[in-house]
Structures are given as structure tokens and as C-alpha cells.
Design a protein around this ligand. Structure first.
Ligand SMILES: Cc1cc2nc3c(=O)[nH]c(=O)nc-3n(C[C@H](O)[C@H](O)[C@H](O)COP(=O)(O)OP(=O)(O)OC[C@H]3O[C@@H](n4cnc5c(N)ncnc54)[C@H](O)[C@@H]3O)c2cc1C
Length: 349
């Protein structure tokens, strides 16, 4: 039977494995050796006081104005520090999560320290109440950093580097390939693969996002926006990277509202040689826009072509899984969009 390949060690890799892994499939996780053309990008790093310390290394410099992208290249990725919010509204295979021991806890100040105007939101938790961390669920694999992709007579060629193979190793995949390497590292890898070339234009979208303490903004249409309200103790714990509710989580002298508005913004970038430059699109006389605050940016387009269409054009077996491949229909958590995207991938190809 053809082997499937799963690359990456974050939430998307976990969801991909949960829905599509079969005996004999191969999992490749990022190794420490990621090639000679590597630079450190502190501006892309996202760490919290109580999280492990992750550094961003890659082959592309990000020269972005009024924008933040994030690269957490660890075993677990962003799921080590995320909020765990997941919208169950259109998910068919919740049974898969439950069978893997994941608890789907409805939001309430007593249980999760949070509340939402969207009743179908839950927090994904480990059996001990910790917020789901993909690192606890990933299958055994080997440490290989995906350097680039190539295509040979209908098969996908994965070019990898690792400390054991400093000169690199190659895998000719006859099954499906799930590339779950996060937005930044996916762009890096596409540039190394020459699938993004100097002069190409790239865009990402996100729903406008803001934080408000207690009062809601006057112009908010709460039927359309997605609001997650935190007890102050829980908000502070989230900021510090404490991934479990505690006795302070239900104390609500005021709340911190995380608002995902129902209108989108875009980040427009242009590729150079090992560099990506860009800024958010502005409408009218806006000056204070900052793209990336939601950390739910998605829908990567390269010269107008969606990433998932690019994958289908290159090979029917290739799937980029993660925020870059989904387009959110409504504001709020994005992990459910990634899960839905995977649900639509059938086992025939
Ligand atoms: C603070 C924070 C809070 C969030 N809260 C929520 C929330 O409550 N709900 C929600 O829906 N979303 C939330 N998100 C967004 C959510 O965490 C992401 O959508 C999700 O983690 C994306 O997972 P990913 O696996 O695609 O990417 P990542 O988490 O970035 O993982 C990428 C993985 O790929 C590996 N990798 C990278 N490059 C390579 C390579 N070349 N070869 C091999 N491996 C590689 C990395 O080591 C890493 O393990 C939050 C994000 C943050 C940062």
C-alpha cells in the first residue's frame, strides 16, 4: 500500500494524522539541522513566560511593515501556547477527537474561565484539563526538516535535511503528502522549492481583531462578530502561557473581550531573493492598521492562486494543511477550519 507522509509537529499535523494516518505511514518532524542558508528571525518568534523557548530559523527574511507573522518551530508548534478554542458547528468527525481522549468542554467561566457569544465554541482539553497540546498525541517519526519539494513522474519528491544526513536525504512519496509546516515555514519552503519566485505577489487575509476590557465597542454587531470573553485571571494566565484553568479563572470583576470582527483585512507581500516585503492593504485614510494581531491569518494566495489550488495543480496527492490553506467563512477560531479542510480530503486519489 502507498505510504502517506506527514510533515510538521503542530496542530495541523496532529489533525492530519488523526484523520488520515494508516499503519506504515511516515511522520517527519523538524530537526535541529535546517540547512546552511539559515538566518534567525527574532521578529517572528512567539514565546510566553511559561512556554518552551522557540527560535525562528529559516531561509527568508521578512521585511514587513505594520504586520506580524509568527513561527513557532517546536514539537507541538503553536498548540503549546494556544487558547484551545474550536467551533464544533460544522464538524462531522468529533468522534475521532473524543476517541483520542480529547475533551470538548463548553465555554463557561467556571470550567474554562471564558465565555462566548457563539454557543458552539468549545475548548479542546487533555484529560487532565490542560489545553490540548499536539505534542502529546503525535505518532512516532523521524527528525527531518523538509527543505524543498520536487515532482518526478507523478510522484512527490521530499528533500530533507537532518543531523544524521547533513548532505540531505530524499523520499519519493507514492502516497499522500500532508505538509503541515505553519504559514511562515511553508512560505520559506515554497521559496526554496522555486514554487514562489522573486517578483511573485503573495496575500494573506484575517478578520479584524481587537481586545476590549469590559465594555464592547459601540459599533459592534455582535450577531456577526465572534467574541471570547475571559475572566481576568484566565486572560493573564493565557498571556503567561499557563495552559490550565485555576481557582482565579471563574472570578469576573471585569472581563477581557477578544473580538473577531466580521470584516477582513489583507497583507500584501512581494517575494525577492530570500526576502519577503509587505504591508497591510489600507482603505481610506487608515494609518493604525496592524495585520496579524489575531494570529488567525489565512488563505495564502500566490499571484492570486490559492495555496490549495496550487497544490492540486502540482499533484492530486499534495496537501498543504494549516492556516495558509483555509479561508475562514466566519470570524473566530481557525482550528475548526483546518479540521474541516482535512475532513474533505478523501482516501481516493
Ligand atoms: C497564542 C496563540 C493562541 C491561539 N489560539 C487559538 C485558538 O484558541 N483557537 C484556534 O483555532 N486557533 C488558535 N491559534 C492559532 C492556532 O494555534 C494555529 O492555527 C495552529 O496552531 C496552526 O497549526 P500548524 O500545525 O498549522 O502550525 P504550527 O503550530 O506553526 O506548527 C508547525 C509545525 O511544523 C514544524 N515545521 C515547520 N517547518 C518545518 C519543516 N520545513 N520541516 C518539518 N517540520 C517543520 C514546526 O516545527 C511545527 O511543529 C492560536 C495561535 C497562537 C499563537
Amino acid at each position: 500500500m502507498p505510504k502517506n507522509y506527514f510533515i510538521g509537529a503542530g496542530l495541523s499535523a496532529y489533525f492530519s494524522q488523526l484523520l488520515h494516518w494508516r499503519e506504515g505511514d511516515v511522520c517527519l518532524y523538524r530537526s535541529k539541522n535546517i540547512g546552511d542558508d539559515t538566518i534567525r528571525r527574532p521578529e517572528l518568534e512567539i514565546n510566553k513566560i511559561f512556554s518552551s523557548n522557540a527560535k525562528s530559523y529559516g531561509s527568508t527574511r521578512y521585511n514587513l511593515a505594520r504586520s506580524s507573522l509568527h513561527d513557532r518551530s517546536t514539537f507541538g508548534g503553536n498548540s503549546e501556547v494556544w487558547g484551545g478554542f474550536f467551533d464544533t458547528a460544522h464538524i462531522k468527525r468529533l468522534d475521532k477527537l473524543k476517541a483520542d481522549g480529547i475533551k470538548l468542554i463548553p465555554l463557561s467561566f467556571n470550567s474554562t474561565g471564558s465565555h462566548s457569544n457563539i454557543s458552539s465554541l468549545v475548548q479542546l482539553q487533555e484529560p487532565d484539563g490542560e489545553i490540548l497540546n499536539a505534542a502529546h498525541h503525535l505518532r512516532a517519526g523521524s527528525n527531518k526538516y523538509l527543505h524543498s519539494l520536487d515532482f518526478e513522474s507523478g510522484h512527490i519528491l521530499l528533500k530533507c535535511v537532518s543531523p544524521e544526513d547533513p548532505d540531505g536525504s530524499e523520499f519519493l512519496a507514492d502516497g499522500r503528502v500532508f505538509v503541515c509546516t505553519g504559514v511562515v515555514q511553508t512560505i520559506d519552503m515554497l521559496m526554496r522549492s522555486n514554487l514562489i519566485k522573486p517578483g511573485d505577489s503573495l496575500t494573506l487575509d484575517e478578520f479584524e481583531y481587537e481586545l476590549h476590557i469590559s465594555a464592547m465597542p459601540k459599533n459592534l454587531d455582535s450577531r456577526e462578530a465572534s467574541v471570547i470573553s475571559y475572566a481576568p485571571g484566565r486572560a493573564l494566565a493565557h498571556l503567561f502561557g499557563i495552559q490550565k484553568a485555576n481557582f482565579l479563572s471563574s472570578f469576573t470583576p471585569f472581563v477581557v473581550n477578544q473580538i473577531f470582527h466580521a470584516y477582513k483585512r489583507s497583507l500584501r507581500m512581494e517575494a525577492g531573493i530570500n526576502v519577503l516585503s509587505g504591508a497591510p492593504d489600507l482603505t481610506g485614510n487608515e494609518k493604525s492598521v496592524h495585520f496579524g494581531k489575531s494570529i488567525h491569518y489565512c488563505n495564502l494566495r500566490i499571484n492570486g492562486e490559492r495555496l490549495q489550488d496550487m497544490a492540486a495543480r502540482l499533484s492530486t496527492k499534495l496537501h498543504f494543511v494549516g492556516m495558509a490553506s483555509v479561508s475562514q467563512a466566519k470570524p473566530g477560531p481557525i482550528s475548526n477550519d483546518i479540521f474541516s479542510y482535512l475532513e474533505k480530503i478523501t482516501n481516493e486519489f
